[in-house]
Write a protein that binds this ligand. Structure first.
Ligand SMILES: Nc1ncnc2c1ncn2[C@@H]1O[C@H](COP(=O)(O)OP(=O)(O)OP(=O)(O)O)[C@@H](O)[C@H]1O
Ligand SMILES: [Mg+2]
Length: 499
C-alpha cells in the first residue's frame, strides 16, 4: 500500500478578479514522484505556493504526515520538511553559489559566526551530486540560466526535506543537466522522499513520474498512475478536448530572399552564411551552446559583429541596436522572457506596447485608445489568460508571460520575426495557438526564424532547417529531406553519412 505523505483536499484560492483554485485535491506518496499537469494558468504553481506557505489558502485542508498543517511562510514549511524549487528563480546574483544555497541557514559556530569552510564544503558536495563542477565561491550572476536552476535544486536538496516540489525544473536545462537531475530524483526516491513534479514536457512525465494529477482551469480533473495513461489521453484531460495535428504546417508560396547573411563573424559565431525567404519559416536547430541565440542577437544588433554583411531586401544594413532592427522590420523575441523580455512589475498593456510605442505615438503623445484596442485584440487572439490588460505581468502564470512577450513583438508589425524557443514553458494548447499565429504570419508573406531545441517542433513547423554547431552552420536541410537523425548528426558536428 502506498503511504501518503501529503494530502490536500478541497483547496480554494481567490485572487482579486481570479478564482485560481476551486476544490482541488492532491496527494504525494512516499518514495514516489507525483506529476502535476495542466495548461498555463491552470493553478499548478499557486497550489504549490499554498503547500509551501507562500500563499494563504481561501479554503481547504492540508495534511502532512497525517497532521493538519498551516504553514505561514516558507521558513515554516522548510522546518516542517518541505522544499520548493520555484518556477521563477530566486537567487541573489551578487552572492556566491555557496552563499545562495545556504542563505539564511548558514552553518554557524557557538558564537554565531558563519563556518565558511563547512558551508563551501557542503555546497561543493551538493553541486557534485548534481554532476556540476562549478566553483562554489563563484558569483551566481555569471552562470547560465540552466546552471542557476541547478543551484536552486542544490538549495532544495540542502534542506533535507521529506517532500520536494519542483516547478518546471528542466525548463532551462540542457539534456545532460536534465539527466543529472533525473538521477538525483531516482536517488531521492530510493531514500523514500516524495516529489511533486511540474512540467509541460510530457516525455518527462512518462520517464520519471509514478502518478499524475491533472488540473484544468483551477479544478481537479483526475489522479492516476502514469502507467495507465498515454500521451493523447493526458492532453485531452488537460485541454478538455482532443488536440489533433499538433503541428499545423501551412504550405504557402515561398518567394525571394528577404534577408541574406554573409560571412557574419564575432567572438561567438563565424562563417555564417544563409538566407531567409519571404513566407518562409527557417528553423534553427542545435545543441545548447551552439550559439543560436548569439547569432540572432548579432543579426538584430544586440551583439556587435566584427565582420560580414547583412542584406535586407538587397540593401546592406548594420543595426547598432535592437531599436534600429525593429524600425527596419526585424523583431527578436528573447528566450529569456524574465531577463530581457518583460518588465514584470508593469502591466500587460504597458509591456505589450513598450516596443511598439513608436508606431502608436503621434508627436510623442501615446495614443491611449489605440494602445488599449491593439493590446486587447492581441490578448484575445493569443488567448492570454488575464483578468484585465491592467494586471501586472508578474501575476500571470509562466506560460502566459511567454505569450505576452510574443504578443508584444507582434505589435511592432515586423516583416521578419526571430523567435527564440517560442514554446518553452508553454502548454500544448497554447503551443498550437502560437503555431497558428506563425501560420497567419506566413499567409501575410512575412518570414520567421524559429530557434528551437525541440526537434519535433523544428520538423513540424519549418520549411527549411539550419543546424548550428559551435558557432558555425553545419548544414541546411530542405524540410523534405530533414529527419531527426540528420539534424542530430549535424548538431554534434558530424557531417558524414548525411545522405
Ligand atoms: N499573485 C497573483 N495575483 C493575481 N493572480 C494570480 C497570482 N498568482 C497567480 N494568479 C493567477 O492564478 C491563475 C493560476 O496561475 P498559476 O501560476 O498557478 O498557473 P500555472 O498552472 O502554474 O501555469 P503555468 O504553466 O503557465 O506556469 C492564473 O490565472 C494567474 O494569472
Ligand atoms: Mg506555473
Amino acid at each position: 500500500m502506498e503511504k501518503v505523505l501529503l494530502q490536500m483536499k478541497g483547496i480554494e484560492k481567490e485572487f482579486p478578479g481570479v478564482k485560481a483554485l476551486d476544490g482541488v485535491s492532491l496527494n504525494a506518496y512516499e518514495g514516489k514522484v507525483m506529476a502535476l499537469l495542466g495548461e498555463n494558468g491552470a493553478g499548478k504553481s499557486t497550489l504549490m505556493k499554498i503547500v509551501s506557505g507562500v500563499y494563504k489558502r481561501t479554503a481547504g485542508e492540508i495534511l502532512f504526515e497525517g497532521k493538519p498543517v498551516h504553514f505561514k511562510n516558507t521558513r515554516e514549511s522548510q522546518e516542517g520538511g518541505i522544499a520548493i524549487i520555484h518556477q521563477e528563480l530566486n537567487l541573489i546574483d551578487h552572492l556566491t553559489i555557496g552563499e545562495n544555497i545556504f542563505l539564511g541557514r548558514e552553518p554557524r559556530n557557538a558564537f554565531g559566526v558563519i563556518r565558511w569552510k563547512a558551508l563551501y564544503e557542503e555546497a561543493e558536495q551538493l553541486m557534485q551530486s548534481l554532476g556540476m563542477r562549478e566553483n562554489v565561491k563563484a558569483k551566481v550572476a555569471d552562470l547560465s540560466i540552466g546552471k542557476k536552476q541547478m543551484v536552486e535544486i542544490a538549495k532544495a536538496l540542502s534542506i533535507h526535506a521529506k517532500l520536494i516540489i519542483m516547478d518546471e525544473p528542466t525548463d532551462a536545462l540542457t539534456d545532460k543537466e536534465t539527466e543529472s537531475l533525473f538521477a538525483v530524483i531516482r536517488a531521492l526516491k530510493a531514500q523514500h522522499k516524495s516529489i511533486i513534479y511540474i512540467s509541460h514536457r510530457l516525455k518527462e512525465i512518462f520517464e520519471i513520474c509514478d502518478d499524475v494529477t491533472i488540473l484544468r482551469d483551477g479544478t481537479f480533473i483526475a489522479e492516476s498512475p502514469v502507467s495507465e495513461m498515454d500521451e493523447s489521453r493526458l492532453i485531452e484531460m488537460m485541454v478538455g478536448r482532443k488536440l489533433e495535428d499538433l503541428y499545423p504546417r501551412l504550405e504557402v508560396e515561398i518567394k525571394a530572399p528577404i534577408l541574406e547573411v554573409k560571412n557574419l563573424k564575432n567572438k561567438h559565431i563565424r562563417n555564417i552564411n544563409f538566407n531567409l525567404r519571404e513566407g518562409e519559416i527557417l528553423g534553427i536547430a542545435g545543441l545548447m551552446g551552439s550559439q543560436r541565440t548569439e547569432l540572432a542577437k548579432t543579426i538584430v544588433g544586440a551583439i556587435a559583429s566584427e565582420s560580414g554583411e547583412i542584406f535586407l531586401r538587397g540593401t546592406r544594413k548594420r543595426f547598432k541596436n535592437t531599436g534600429e532592427a525593429i524600425e527596419n522590420g526585424i523583431t527578436y523575441v528573447s528566450e529569456d522572457r524574465k531577463g530581457d523580455g518583460l518588465i514584470l512589475s508593469m502591466s500587460v498593456k504597458e509591456n505589450m506596447s513598450l516596443s511598439a510605442l513608436k508606431k502608436m505615438s503621434v508627436a510623442m503623445v501615446i495614443n491611449k485608445r489605440e494602445e488599449s484596442e491593439k493590446t486587447e485584440s492581441m490578448i484575445e487572439s493569443m488567448s492570454i489568460k488575464t483578468p484585465s490588460v491592467n494586471q501586472r505581468v508578474k501575476n500571470l502564470s509562466g506560460g502566459n508571460q511567454q505569450k505576452v512577450s510574443i504578443g508584444k513583438s507582434l505589435l511592432t508589425g515586423p516583416d521578419i520575426l526571430i523567435l527564440d524557443e517560442p514554446t518553452r514553458g508553454v502548454d500544448v494548447g497554447a503551443k498550437k495557438e502560437i503555431y497558428e499565429l506563425m501560420n497567419q504570419f506566413k499567409k501575410k508573406g512575412m518570414s520567421i526564424i524559429m530557434i528551437s531545441s525541440e526537434i519535433p517542433e523544428i520538423l513540424g513547423m519549418s520549411d527549411r532547417v539550419m543546424v548550428m554547431h559551435e558557432g558555425t552552420v553545419s548544414g541546411i536541410l530542405e524540410i523534405k529531406e530533414a529527419t531527426q537523425e540528420k539534424i542530430m548528426k549535424l548538431a554534434i558536428g558530424s557531417r558524414e553519412d548525411l545522405n
